[in-house]
Design a protein around this ligand. Sequence first.
Ligand code: BTN
Length: 265
Amino acid sequence: MKDTTFKEKTINFSKNLDVDFVKKIIVFNEISSTNSKAKELARKGEEEGTIVIAQIQKKGRGRFDRLWESPGGGIYLSIILRPDCPPNKATLLTLVISLVVSKTINSYNLSSNIKWPNDVRVNGKKIAGILLELEANEYKVDYIILGVGINLNTNTNLLSKKIRLISTSLSEEIGNSVDYYNFLKILLFNFDKYYKLFLEKKYDSIIKEWKNQSDTLGRRVRITTSSEQIIGNACDIDQSGFLIVINDSGECKKVANGDSIYFES
Ligand code: BTN
């Protein structure tokens, strides 16, 4: 079924938001994937600041072509961005949005942290994931789709067993359901603030805050990328958001993307 057959509405919600970057919010009751829809729109020239939101995704996409299970109650959104930057800086936006999601969760008096590159976790369980997709040439980004899935009022019993065991939701953590629009409002407000820092090239401030919010650095990790497995100590993040790992042979490895597993010490 084509996404155009799903109910779609453009809401004036953006008028009630105190945020500069949001231009338009397109809401679907149900869609295959907000990232796929946002990509389709971006290819047709949709402007920066357009957001696609869905209540349910039928084929939500995770990293490495995994399925992102998306029952009702979660937040599934994709932001179209067109920053004037080279592709190696675009990857920093994964750090920006994970920081923003983590800080938004903190505003509910709940501590959260980030597992490099993009998992936001509460009490060791995943509460949100990020999928950044982009179109660029060697020098310049054409568009970025920043996709975020957050288990907000998600009943994790609705997730498959494999996913349920490693997942949590905000409502389950705080023991109450959370106002969807209020959460969204804080999230977009926070994103506006950190996206401005990104556009102003204040990468050091972003990285510093990310480091404060992440529990990856200083740990012994196993990173699985599409081409190799690296075991060693996660020691830093570079200016593109790449993880720097000193492997067991003492070599310094820079990793752009991969799955990280912590070895408990
Ligand atoms: C991951 O942790 O693997 C990333 C998950 C990203 C899921 C979000 S939900 C909204 C957006 N649309 C998608 O199809 N995927 C992202």
